[in-house]
Design a binder for this molecule. Structure first.
Ligand SMILES: [Zn+2]
Ligand SMILES: [Zn+2]
Length: 294
């Protein structure tokens, strides 16, 4: 399973409908991308079991993106259920802001590139244009080697030969030599990309290449393009242009300005450029599936 839950989808200030930025990513493990104010209550509300969170990733040091981490880690400390450390990845200055360092926390400074790996996927960071050090994140499942079972059996592969062929790249059956690439194919892992706050940029296009889902800053509609630029944010249309250029499968707009009670305008402008667009709402759960998985 690979499932996202949008815990907060607002920009800068909360509204009745939208809480502060935070996204739960549930694959083999549970991770949070940003942890805005109130994230822990949103997790309870939308049934994201927060006791099992393994890593919290903060895109940048604007308060709307990390204030919720204090409440969450205090709750986790009180519940005292940690069997392994909780990894926090944040820009350099974050460590100075922690009131105390509990031993169940492991604070890591974000640098571009690989941040963390589990048995199913890896999370890495890329730089975005916003304010100071700002990063976006990529969740990418590991590619897996799959056998064409029928063909493999037909060619005589059996038992330990499957391991042997993976180790050596070939196997000998009698006088026949069977190459690994003749009996296998690579199943590429699913990929989700989150920009955090940002202007549209080349780095995002590169990071999002071929992603199953791109979650992009879409604070404003076109009428406020100038304001978006001054405040280092994107319009919905710009997000759509990035999605199109990167060739992603789906785009989710988030970080929606409080001036849009109804995000229909943002959606319309984005869909004119990139049809497979949705606007993220608090509580929206998205399962990332592919046709071949069904
Ligand atoms: Zn923000
Ligand atoms: Zn920001």
């Amino acid at each position: 399973m690979l499932k996202l839950t949008f815990l907060g989808t607002s920009a800068s200030v909360p509204s009745v409908e939208r809480s502060m930025p935070s996204i739960a990513v549930r694959g083999k493990e549970l991770y949070l991308w940003d942890c805005g104010e109130g994230a822990q209550r949103q997790m309870m509300k939308y049934k994201v079991g927060f006791g099992s969170v393994r890593g919290i990733f903060i895109t940048h040091m604007h308060l709307d993106h990390f204030l919720g981490i204090y409440g969450l880690i205090e709750t986790l400390r009180l519940s005292n259920t940690f069997s392994q450390k909780l990894a926090v990845f944040a820009p350099r200055k974050f460590g100075d802001l922690l009131i105390s360092r509990w031993d169940f926390l492991e604070i890591n400074e974000i640098r571009q590139g690989l941040l963390l790996k589990d048995s199913e996927a890896a999370i890495s960071a890329f730089k975005v244009r916003h304010s100071g050090e700002s990063f976006g994140f990529v969740y990418k499942e590991h590619d897996k080697l799959k056998f064409y079972e029928e063909k493999a059996h037909r060619l005589g592969l059996a038992g330990p030969m499957f391991r042997e062929i993976q180790e050596n790249g070939f196997v000998k059956i009698g006088r026949k030599r069977v190459e690994l690439e003749d009996v296998t194919w690579t199943k590429t892992g699913r990929k989700i990309v989150y920009t955090g706050d940002c202007l549209p940029s080349r780095s995002t296009v590169e990071a999002a290449k071929g992603a199953d889902l791109l979650i992009h800053d879409a604070t404003f509609a076109n009428e406020f393009q100038k304001e978006a630029e001054e405040r280092n944010h994107s319009t919905a249309e710009q997000a759509a242009e990035v999605a199109k250029e990167a060739g992603v499968k789906q785009l989710a707009l988030t970080h929606i300005s409080g001036r849009y009670r109804d995000a229909a305008e943002l959606l319309k402008e984005a869909r004119a450029v990139f049809p497979n667009t949705i606007v993220a709402e608090d509580g929206l759960g998205l399962e990332i599936t592919r046709k071949e998985d069904e």
